[in-house]
Ligand binder design. Structure first.
Ligand code: PEP
Ligand code: MG
Length: 316
């Protein structure tokens, strides 16, 4: 039965009553593109660009090298959406030449957008490379910054994008609770939000994502995390803008339905998860997803939230 459901799982993501939820792929570079296309991804929802920076421990990759890599990805999704995240260095992704080595708490230190604002040349080269890579292509390029804390961060990023002559939508990742709590304010500066639920869980629960002993608190079913997702999605709706999810949460088929019910407008995940999420979403109406979301938010633990959503969606 599972096989049949997956075989039938093609085409754009949608609930059974036709509410569209674009299903996008998370990729780390051009090498991940074939699997994403094969799985029917409607585009890329998170292009982690860190891989480009791993070859040389002392310098950023040249503009030419970046243009070539970005172009390869953009060309694979004609008429599709490609959301590129600018370099997210620091904490769990340290880079020798950019990341301060003497921080007591690197996850709370200079990482993500903070690193780029300290190294405007690195950001400028990356944005210029993206502008050049997209030239003449019919793709819908969107560029987002990791670790946006507030409106000032969002403005600094949008300003840098404009200065680089980038013709794309600029967005902010919501990975820090302050950005979710004040999403409307962040949205005054950018055109979309993308929830990075891995880091959002880490910062909401003060639980290091690399420490197994606190993994209970990294569970994306935690109702507190669902509340922050809902706040972000509601703010985006009020501003007439989009709010996707690109963290691990989107790859859990049941949770994908709950996220849809919370008002999330697209889901991005590893290619392997796309058929499962597509097939599960297609079984339920938007109203069912909304009821499952409400039940999950009413719970007091991740386990209760999962069970409550399951009960709603299995008609118990
Ligand atoms: C996240 O934090 O959820 C995310 C998508 O970014 P990364 O896992 O690369 O930090
Ligand atoms: Mg992150």
């Amino acid at each position: 039965e599972r096989k049949a459901a997956l075989a039938a799982s093609t085409g754009p993501g949608a609930t059974s009553d036709g509410h569209k939820v674009p299903l996008l792929a998370n990729i780390g570079g051009p090498a991940d593109v074939p699997a994403a296309v094969e799985a029917g991804a409607e585009g890329v929802g998170l292009f982690r660009t860190e891989f480009l920076f791993l070859d040389d421990s002392e310098n950023a990759p040249s503009e030419e090298k970046q243009v070539a890599a970005y172009r390869q990805v953009l060309e694979a999704f004609p008429e599709g959406r490609v959301v590129v995240r600018v370099l997210d260095a620091g904490a769990d992704k340290p880079l020798d030449f950019l990341t301060p080595g003497d921080e007591p708490n690197p996850a709370l230190g200079v990482r993500g957008l903070r690193t780029l604002l300290d190294h405007p040349d690195v950001l400028r080269t990356q944005l210029t490379a993206l502008a050049k890579a997209a030239e003449g292509l019919p793709v819908y390029l969107e560029v987002m910054a990791p670790m946006v804390a507030d409106r000032a961060d969002a403005k600094a990023f949008a300003d840098a994008c404009r200065e680089a002559g980038l013709r794309a939508k600029f967005g902010a990742m919501v990975e820090i609770p302050s950005a979710a709590l004040r999403a409307r304010s962040v949205l005054q500066e950018v055109e979309f939000l993308s929830l990075g639920t891995n880091d959002l869980a880490q910062y909401t629960f003060a639980a290091d994502r690399q420490v197994g002993a606190v993994s209970r608190l990294q569970d994306p079913w935690q109702p507190a995390l669902l509340d922050l997702v809902a706040l972000s999605a509601e703010a985006a709706k009020a501003e007439g803008k989009s709010c996707g999810v690109c963290g691990e949460a989107a790859s859990d088929p049941l949770l994908a339905c709950v996220l849809t019910g919370l008002g999330v407008t697209s889901l991005s995940m590893g290619a392997a998860s796309l058929p499962y999420v597509r097939a599960t979403l297609a079984k339920f109406t938007l109203a069912q997803c909304e009821r499952a979301a409400a039940a999950a938010r009413a719970a007091d633990s991740a386990e209760e939230a999962r069970n409550a959503a399951q009960a709603v969606l299995s008609g118990e």
